[in-house]
Design a protein around this ligand. Sequence first.
Ligand SMILES: O=C(O)C1=C[C@@H](OP(=O)(O)O)[C@@H](O)[C@H](O)C1
Ligand SMILES: C=C(OP(=O)(O)O)C(=O)O
Length: 435
Amino acid sequence: MSSEPPHPTTTATITAGDWAAPAVDRAVDAVVPVPGSKSLTNRFLVLAALAQDSSRLSRPLRSRDSTLMCEALQALGTRIDSRSDDTEWLIEPAPLHGPAAIDCGLAGTVMRFLPPVAALAEGTVAFDGDDGARRRPLGPVLGALRSLGVTVDGDGLPFTLTGTGRVTGGTVHIDASGSSQFVSALLLAGARYDDGITVIHDGKQVPSLPHIAMTVEVLRDAGVLVDDSEANRWRVEPSQIHALDVEVEPDLSNAFPFLAAALLTGGQVTVPGWPVVTTQAGDHARDILQQFGADVQLTREGLTVRGTGRVEAIDIDLHEASELSPVVAAIAAFADGPSHLRGIGHIRFHETDRLAALATELGRLGSDVEETEDGLVIRPKRMRGNTFHTYGDHRMVMAAAVLGLRVPHVVVEDAGTVAKTMPDFTARWTRMIGE
Ligand SMILES: O=C(O)C1=C[C@@H](OP(=O)(O)O)[C@@H](O)[C@H](O)C1
Ligand SMILES: C=C(OP(=O)(O)O)C(=O)O
């Protein structure tokens, strides 16, 4: 840790649901296993429900987003059984049918991936979600389905879709500059459309491209032919989807705040089971932490990050790994100069307007944060404890935990919202610090 004088504090009131983020005055030294990837778990669930035979998922993520995905697929007729202390899920596909009501919560993967699946069901499927989900864009997916002849009565949540049990498929043109999930959604179900699907993107840059690469990879692993050889065009041939027997990789984006703790405290954190090859965007954490000044080693034991207590300012385009932005912003607030985060305008439509939320909440702690058209400029200032609002956003909780390491008395409001992807985040965090 740097030898700064103590931080000024304000006394934030703690009420039910709040979490006092622990500050540490020594180097964190811990091994932190993290649960399975949200993005992989929810893709595997969708493919398993569309597959020709029963599938097995090992070490899936149990969280709000994945539970909502399970419940939605079950409502459409899929059977899902949990075994071995929830470390194994068996998925038995069945003809999809309505009537069904699907609660998307705040999960982008549920609200985007399931309409193209529900289009294959016979009957009416009603979709809704949290208030925050109603402001998340969905129009390109629903418009694409409508252009394929599916009956959909809206452009966002809530809406109703009426399927006939089959979709002809073909070519759709969409603007996917708002979310890579629009493309992933159509590709995941497209193999089951009579003519497959060709998705052509017309618009500004598509964000989070590794997530589309992940979709393409899981489809190919399930025996589906996918052509992604041309930029902004994806072709999925009509085909059977093979049953899956897969182990879910740890969630590298959820590992990121724990690794950041090593950087910020001059300590050492190892996340076991870090894959050597992966399509997870969270793998960018390695490069990002290095740019911030950490020593990063990938070995057979996992990914180990060592910090010196010093944090170098960075200028970074995060459009490939935008889900890392909140924690990147939290780290940058301790850097030795101003940092620029670019290429992430679309995160205004993530769980919350993340640019506004980060500028407001970092500002509340005393940092100087400017919103730009496509990102943030963070000029580190001396920070003091205060309430940190989370806006229903799990990654705001993770960002607050990182800030709280070196700013005493950060009170994280509605910390339970982290259950979206990591229900035991605060317990793991406390354990890491206690180790
Ligand atoms: O397909 C996925 O699993 C995801 C895609 C990305 O969405 P965007 O393209 O909207 O950023 C990412 O940020 C999100 O956390 C998960
Ligand atoms: C943007 C995110 O989630 P979602 O899958 O809901 O889009 C995220 O996890 O940071």
